[in-house]
Design a protein around this ligand. Structure first.
Ligand SMILES: Nc1ncnc2c1ncn2[C@@H]1O[C@H](COP(=O)(O)OP(=O)(O)OP(=O)(O)O)[C@@H](O)[C@H]1O
Length: 253
């Protein structure tokens, strides 16, 4: 992984919720135009780490964060960078698809409006985002239909369209398929594989097969620390730490 351009990284990252330390000296790097899977047992801090890159802890009064979180060489917590400015460059897709209770069209239009994209540009951007997210053919005649009437898998692709419409550089995905059936999951995986041509992707997953199907790099976390990071092939076939081996072989979860 050494020759790759690092798009997103954290150095000496630590996070406490109140007195409880959830991230301990995390050093991690995500290469550009690659998919990185973040794996590890429940509660080890995967979502917490992912959310740091999107300034999602800003409103948690008891969260304290130290260290550096960098997009290229821009520190995401220094200067007067707003969370909105960070989120325009680093999009996020959640475990439960969370469309707004509005039309399919308005779900994407809203983000464009609040980011001051002109009225004239918006219809084209919306169409492209839906095409890019492999959902255009299914919704093009129903753009005014409430997004909440779509299937779970369609809602998740709409949420991905909402993220890509703002042309971020990075897309963070927190278990985006965990609520989906195998067919919807495989559509999203196909979409993620295509999106990496244009975006750097970090995906939290509990599904070891999914990590192996789509991730170039895999990072294994345990109790708030990064135990091991490497190519997905290496992490699954030749893990250096015994703990990694035990986890990927399903000995604990
Ligand atoms: N807002 C919060 N306030 C207090 N503690 C929290 C908060 N969010 C998460 N935690 C705690 O931080 C720890 C890490 O949680 P996190 O959700 O990051 O783990 P995870 O590895 O993503 O787990 P899972 O795979 O189950 O989603 C857990 O002990 C959790 O209870």
């Amino acid at each position: 992984m050494n020759n790759e351009h690092i798009k997103l990284s954290a150095t000496d990252a630590r996070l406490w919720f109140g007195k409880k330390q959830v991230l301990k000296n995390v050093n991690v790097a995500f290469p550009e135009n690659k998919i990185t899977a973040l794996i590890g047992p429940s509660g080890c801090g995967k979502s917490t780490l992912l959310r740091c890159f999107n300034r999602m802890h800003d409103l948690s009064a008891d969260a304290r964060i130290t260290g550096n979180f960098l997009l290229e060489d821009q520190d995401l917590y220094r200067g007067n960078l707003s969370a909105t400015a960070v989120r325009r460059r680093i999009g996020m897709v959640f475990q439960q698809a969370n469309p707004f209770p509005k039309s399919i069209y308005e779900n994407i239009n809203y983000g464009l409006k609040i980011n001051d994209i002109s009225k004239e540009e918006r219809p084209g951007i919306i169409e492209n985002a839906l095409k890019e997210s492999y959902i255009w053919d299914e919704v093009k005649d129903d753009l005014q239909k409430p997004a909440t009437r779509l299937s779970g898998g369609q809602q998740q692709r709409l949420c991905i369209a909402r993220a890509v419409a703002l042309r971020p550089e990075v897309i963070l995905m927190d278990e985006p398929c965990s609520a989906l059936d195998p067919i919807s999951t495989s559509k999203i995986e196909e979409l993620i594989l295509k999106l990496k041509q244009d975006y750097t992707i970090v995906i939290v997953t509990h599904n070891m097969q999914q990590a192996q199907r789509i991730a170039d790099q895999t990072v294994f976390m345990y109790l708030g620390e990064i135990i091991e990071a490497g190519s997905t092939r290496q992490i699954f076939n030749d893990p250096q730490a015994e703990l990694t081996g035990n986890y990927v072989q399903g000995h604990f979860g």
